[in-house]
Design a protein around this ligand. Sequence first.
Ligand code: HEC
Length: 110
Amino acid sequence: MKKLNRIVCKLCGLLMFCTPAMAVEMPELARRNDCVNCHAINERVVGPAWIDVAKKYAGDPMAEEKLLVRVSKGSSGFFGLIHMPANDPDGRKQAEMRELVRFILALARS
Ligand code: HEC
């Protein structure tokens, strides 16, 4: 059994299932704003995994501002062919959108 556990854990490690990010849950804010319909932390759903978004923008000092605009107004062509609709077209939820973008970018540091 022990050996099996070790193998399973190795496999998980390879698949990044044992990384700390696994413990991260989608925040309540992401549920309320329907991000969870298309996104998950560690895997692609309709949109890219948030951990991949975080890695892509790691080290980009403008990432927060860029992503705030794209999440609010919509985005396409960065991760594939599927378009992300605007999540805050009239700009009434900018504080919430910024908090979500910060959450996503912080995943690369966890
Ligand atoms: C209808 C499905 C859908 C919903 C709802 C959705 N997304 Fe997306 N998201 C996508 C797709 C598809 C992409 C990839 C777009 C691209 O290739 O540029 C994406 C990309 C992103 C990116 C990367 C953008 C870029 O320019 O690199 C971020 C950040 C993001 N989503 C955050 C969010 C947040 C936060 C919410 C909730 C407020 C949300 N998404 C809701 C489908 C969705």
